[in-house]
Design a protein around this ligand. Structure first.
Ligand SMILES: NC(=O)c1ccc[n+]([C@@H]2O[C@H](COP(=O)([O-])OP(=O)(O)OC[C@H]3O[C@@H](n4cnc5c(N)ncnc54)[C@H](OP(=O)(O)O)[C@@H]3O)[C@@H](O)[C@H]2O)c1
Length: 257
């Protein structure tokens, strides 16, 4: 488990989507190390069990619920499980996402477009719908962080539908922040740049130079490790960011600057 001296998430119950690997798994380890009880959601049960067991072995508190976040009933069951298991919901890191089949707009397949929207865009909406209700009914106030992408901030050649879905996430984030701020729920997004996970590897298999190419345009001249993205999410979920809401925070080494 990733531990820090910071206990900033102590006593919070946090749902993390896409927690089986990559950024979400690293966030689960970090948040648990910072005192949160975490509920891990994704489709691949074996990966969720592995992360849950790793956190438990390090003395952290974690449970998992296998869910397809593009399906409303699956999302609702995952949120209900969280509340039944821990009695409340204080926050969520809506991080699950897919990036498939790099292609220019005219070559992008309609079925790929639809599946990207169903997970990256509709999935975040479904999650917030269920989570905001659960937070209001239990903890009363809380914090939600959605994972967008640096690709949402301008044109996104090769992943047009993905960039559009992530820009929709930015819009949903700001709308939720405005609608639920008066109720004490903060809603923010993080927009990661290139991050060393399985997701980026599919791009590397098409273009082995892609990480060097993007790093060359990135002021910090490198890709991120998943922990660097998780740390930004942790801060936004914590009370340390208590006056921050409606923000889309680039965590991109300066790529969008
Ligand atoms: N890596 C990057 O460079 C980068 C850059 C910008 C933004 N991001 C964003 O960061 C987030 C995490 O990406 P990552 O790099 O950690 O990717 P990853 O390693 O591929 O992990 C993605 C996670 O999302 C889950 N997921 C995908 N579809 C799902 C569905 N329908 N229902 C439930 N869970 C689903 C996956 O689990 P299952 O497949 O088991 O369901 C997995 O746990 C994504 O939103 C991604 O768009 C990544």
């Amino acid at each position: 488990m990733t531990t820090t001296s910071n206990n900033r998430l102590a006593n919070k119950v946090i749902m993390i989507t896409g927690a089986g690997r990559g950024i979400g798994a690293e966030a689960a380890r970090l948040f648990a190390g910072q005192g949160a009880s975490v509920v891990l959601a994704a489709r691949t049960e074996a990966q969720l069990i592995a992360v849950r067991d790793e956190i438990a072995a390090s003395g952290g508190e974690a449970a998992y619920f296998a869910a397809d976040l593009s399906q409303a009933s699956s999302v609702e069951r995952a949120v209900r499980f969280t509340v039944e298991r821990y009695g409340r919901l204080d926050g969520a890191f809506n991080n699950a996402g897919i990036a498939i089949n790099v292609a220019s707009l005219i070559d992008e397949q309609e079925e790929d477009f639809d599946v990207i929207q169903s997970v990256n865009y509709k999935g975040v909406w479904l999650c917030m719908k269920a989570q905001i209700k659960a937070i209001l009914e239990t903890a009363g106030s809380g914090s939600i962080v959605n994972t967008s992408s640096v690709g949402s901030l301008k044109g996104n050649p090769g992943l047009g539908a993905y960039g559009a879905a992530k820009r929709a996430v930015n819009s949903l984030t700001q709308t939720a922040a405005v609608e639920y701020g008066p109720s004490g729920i903060r809603v923010n997004a993080i927009a990661p740049g290139t991050t060393m996970t399985d997701m980026i590897q599919q791009w590397v298999s098409i273009n082995p130079e892609i990480i060097e190419q993007i790093s060359g345009k990135t002021p910090l001249r490198r890709a991120a490790e998943p922990i660097e993205i998780a740390q930004a999410a942790s801060w936004l979920l914590s009370d340390e960011s208590s006056f921050v809401t409606g923000v889309v925070l680039p965590v991109d080494g300066g790529l969008s600057a």
